[in-house]
Write a new protein. Structure first.
Length: 352
């Protein structure tokens, strides 16, 4: 039955090749802040995301809703269980610290939207609201051609990126990969153009952008086995090492936090932070001003980096051992995979 629903929805799709328009969706079919059923509801201080989710809840019982056929192929509640947002607190506690930071931010956005509704959606419908909120989170596209965004532009202002969004029929069928079809949008709508020829039966993919697996897991509920853009943060390891004076110095020079690791090494911000742990404030000021290259201490920076990574690698080994003892489940498999990927990043750097 479900397969037939999907077949009915995409029966118009023909074969396409490289540089050809795969999908063209007129602006009138998008769900945006300008959609009629959304305009019927005003929620002060609620984000665009939260407003559209609330409007979908309030329109849920309308059997004549124009997007009904499209909605029938959206992920189910069960499908969304791959998102850490839906996991138990105990399961979330097993996530890598950088993922927990992203998840906390996502939760705060949801909670802020829910509070902004000011009781307009009853508590009994909170689960339905959460469902639609997550649907939007996983399926929205960047879009600035709606009234509120245009008014802001006329005033020389821009809306927050999170508020520039739309739901786009059929285009949300396409999954993410490192490289894939490209999106184009203008006042007329959204088009998806093939990046290459695809063989019959081969999955057509798009690129959502440059995202780490930490981000993909929280925002979309999946991770890629191979992701050339993958990285992770080391803030939870480095920030606690810093003294108050070191923290202040790094903050003054905009080098506090956002410490990144990938398979090639650690970012320059990380190197600066590590250097600050054994360098005098005066020397650090000279280094940051470009008056001292610090080259003679580079080996010490690398040694500090390796020491931290080796300790973290040991902690990951203990974490992976925990998963072996847990009952097999999709959540445990995801946790095991992500921690394993972080371990592999560290191993690649230590092996250089």
């Amino acid at each position: 039955m479900l397969e037939q629903v999907h077949a009915n929805f995409r029966e118009w799709a023909d074969g396409r090749g490289k540089a050809e328009t795969l999908i063209s969706v007129p602006a009138s079919t998008l769900i945006t802040l300008d959609s009629k059923f959304v305009q019927e509801n005003k929620f002060k201080d609620c984000s665009v995301h939260g407003t559209v989710a609330a409007s979908l809840v309030l329109n849920h019982g309308n059997s004549e809703r124009v997007y009904k056929a499209w909605e029938s192929v959206w992920p189910t509640v069960a499908d969304l269980q791959s998102m850490p947002f839906t996991w138990s607190s105990k399961q979330q506690d097993h996530l890598p610290p950088p993922v927990q930071v992203l998840l906390k931010h996502q939760r705060s956005k949801f909670d802020r939207d829910w509070l902004a509704l000011d009781g307009r959606i009853p508590e009994t419908l909170k689960d339905l609201y959460q469902y639609y909120w997550l649907i939007i989170n996983t399926r929205c596209f960047y879009w600035t051609h709606f009234k509120k965004a245009k008014e802001a532009a006329r005033k020389g202002k821009t809306l927050a990126r999170d508020d520039c969004m739309a739901l786009c029929p059929f285009a949300d069928y396409l999954n993410h990969a490192d490289e894939g079809c490209t999106f184009h949008y203008d006042t007329k709508g959204i088009t998806v153009v093939c990046d290459r020829d695809y063989a019959a039966g081969e999955e057509v993919v798009v690129s959502y952008g440059t995202h780490s697996n930490d981000y993909l897991l929280v925002e979309y509920g999946f991770i890629l086995a191979e992701n050339k853009d993958d990285d992770t943060k080391l803030d939870h390891l480095i920030l606690p090492m810093l003294t108050k004076s070191q923290t202040n110095l790094l903050e003054q020079h905009n080098y506090l936090g956002d410490y990144t690791l990938d398979r090639k090494g650690v970012c320059y911000r990380t190197q600066v932070a590590l250097r600050s742990t054994f360098t005098t404030a005066k020397k650090m000021e000279q280094f940051l001003a470009g008056e001292w290259d610090g080259e003679k201490d580079n080996a010490r920076v690398n040694a500090k980096r390796n020491s931290i990574l080796e300790k973290f690698q040991g902690e990951i080994e203990l974490k992976l051992a925990e998963f072996v003892e847990m009952e097999d489940s999709a959540v445990v498999n995801t946790l095991n995979t992500r921690w394993g990927q972080v371990f592999a990043m560290i191993e690649a750097v230590l092996g250089q």
